[in-house]
Ligand binder design. Structure first.
Ligand code: MG
Length: 328
């Protein structure tokens, strides 16, 4: 048996997070779970209705009835992991950075020499750019990566069609195309169309991962693993079987969720080495500061363990007011 508590929160984006969302306040809840064996752990629950998740009140209602969604079930597993680390007094993250994160550019308009020089000096090797809003402007801006040494990750959030993707990629200079590590979700997954689109650059699957993971002959090279939502073991086993790589990313959620994702990335990197690509967990700065985000220790591409045990934030978590949701 366990008692589940929740504490709702809001995150205010500094600018629109991707082309599917406006810069509106986002709602989520932190979960606190106390098990009958006395362990207590914390996790985040941050639905993206725009990406097909059930909304927050629905997620909470279902937990109240003892029913778990992929999102809330992941939160429960991560809360248990947090509890186990708290029990032995260990932080989930390493004290030294070992696995880098990509820099995230939400608006391609921001790309200029100053930004790229700053990112290089900070130690970033890889830049992820959200694309698909204004393809003409984006082709123009991407030329600014010519003669830089950055590895590039593009994410279209499935906004294009096979045809518009081909057109776009043929307009990107070859020097820039050669720097692409992968293109994420150019258009909704379709094995034949993706197999054709792979001639432009390696492909990564994110949004359709739960469907394609059962696919016998995957037409992609990289799996985007979001511990907030996906079964970590299932994704890693699939990657090993089909010789794909894995990039672990946050769910653009509360920093409790961000650090849980970063700790999964670190753990997998230690165990599987080069199967695990650089992560995409540096997303806390997308939102206005909070008492939590101020407690995140990061330097350039690395996230480190902050004070406290488990996911950290001991005093911040204790200071929240918690409402009882269920005894299950
Ligand atoms: Mg994505």
């Amino acid at each position: 048996m366990k008692d589940v508590f929740f504490s709702p929160y809001r995150l205010t984006p500094r600018q629109p997070l991707n082309s599917k969302t406006q810069g509106i306040v986002r709602h989520g809840a932190l979960l606190k779970v106390i098990w009958n064996d006395g362990l207590c752990g914390y996790a985040d629950l941050h639905p993206w209705e725009e990406l097909g998740d059930q909304g927050l009140s629905e997620q909470l209602r279902l937990i109240g009835e003892g029913r778990w969604t992929p999102l809330s079930y992941s939160s429960l597993s991560l809360a248990r992991k947090d509890a186990e680390f708290r029990l032995v007094g260990k932080n989930l993250l390493p004290e030294k950075g070992e696995l880098k994160n990509n820099a995230l550019i939400s608006s391609v308009k921001d790309v200029d020499d100053d930004l790229l020089n700053t990112l290089k000096l900070q130690g970033f090797d890889t830049v992820k750019i959200k694309l698909g809003g204004d393809l003409k402007l984006e082709t123009h801006q991407l030329r600014k990566f010519t003669n830089t040494s950055f590895r590039l990750r593009f994410d279209f959030n499935s906004l294009l069609s096979e045809h518009s993707y081909s057109e776009f990629m043929s307009s990107v200079p070859k020097e820039v195309r050669d720097q692409i590590e992968y293109v994420e979700d150019p258009f909704p997954y379709d094995s034949k169309a993706w197999a054709r689109a792979r001639k432009w650059a390696p492909l990564a699957v994110d949004q359709d991962i739960s469907h394609v993971i059962t696919h016998a002959d995957p037409a992609f090279d990289v799996l985007i693993l979001k511990p907030a939502k996906s079964d970590v073991t299932e994704v890693v086993q699939f990657a090993q079987k089909h010789r794909c790589k894995v990039a672990v990313t946050s769910y653009m959620d509360h920093v409790v969720g961000v650090l849980h994702a970063a700790s999964v990335a670190h753990e997998l990197f230690k165990e599987y080495g080069e199967l695990i690509l650089e992560s995409g967990c540096l997303t806390h700065h997308l939102f206005e500061e909070s008492e939590f985000s101020e407690g995140v220790l990061s330097e350039g591409p690395y996230l480190y363990a902050g004070p406290g045990v488990g996911v950290g934030f001991n005093s911040q978590l204790e200071a929240l007011s918690w409402q009882k949701l269920a005894r299950l």
